[in-house]
Design a binder for this molecule. Structure first.
Ligand code: E4P
Length: 217
């Protein structure tokens, strides 16, 4: 299972990269705005900085919603760095654009996916990644993890290569449950990754080992 960090915060990206388990980064316009990164040039420069920190895939989202606009923007983004994955929304023109990018060998991440039907369409169009938003489904009392399981079944039934990128991950249990179901990738905040480290028995056990070592020395 690949671990992506879902942020545009460079310090957090560095911290996750230093842990040695990071496989990539996802961003979106809201995450960029949260870091105060606005305007095309600043956003482009920020993507370049992220690519310099990590070794894996970096999703960069298009703003256009029409076919020609998505193609133009996506081609520009993909030329920035070979780690860039063009993130395209699950809309009609987005699906057409994913097919175009797929035929051209440009990697894509189909975002804002909330149903198995949308995920099937993204795979048919040749998306590299599909991003079902599990946290946002949970927010409206719909089981986000069930969607991951449905997509896993459908993709396995037909041998689709599209990787399931569990997005809108909010906490560590989401990560563990996605791993059990067989999501190919998860993207979440640094806290969802670091939460995997923690167990009170580890802390108690370490404290005892160190205390016993001190007794004998
Ligand atoms: C990542 O690709 C998505 O944009 C992100 O995970 C959405 O997360 P949120 O629902 O916490 O905003």
């Amino acid at each position: 299972m690949k671990f992506f960090i879902d942020t545009a915060n460079l310090d957090q990206i560095k911290e996750a990269q230093d842990l040695g388990v990071l496989d990539g980064v996802t961003t979106n316009p809201s995450l960029m705005a949260k870091e105060g990164i606005t305007g095309k040039e600043n956003i482009i420069n920020h993507y370049k900085k992220i690519c310099e920190i990590v070794t894996g895939d970096v999703s960069a989202e298009v703003i256009s919603t029409d076919y020609e606009g998505i193609i133009k923007e996506g081609e520009e983004l993909s030329k920035l760095h070979d780690q860039i994955i063009v993130k395209v929304p699950m809309i009609k023109d987005g699906v057409k654009a994913i097919k175009y990018f797929s035929d051209k060998g440009i990697k894509t991440n189909c975002t804002l996916v909330f149903s198995a039907g949308q995920a099937l369409l993204a795979a048919k169009a040749g998306a590299t990644y599909v991003s079902p938003f599990i946290g946002r489904l949970d927010d409206i009392s719909t089981d986000g993890l069930n969607l991951i399981a449905e997509i896993r079944m459908i993709y396995d039934n037909y041998g689709f290569d599209t990787q399931i990128l569990a997005a809108s991950v909010r906490h560590t249990m989401h990560v563990i449950d996605c791993a059990k179901i067989g999501a190919d990738v998860m993207t979440g905040p640094l806290s969802s990754i670091e939460g995997l480290l923690k167990h009170p028995l580890t802390d108690i056990g370490l404290e005892k080992f160190l205390a016993d070592y001190k007794k004998g020395n």
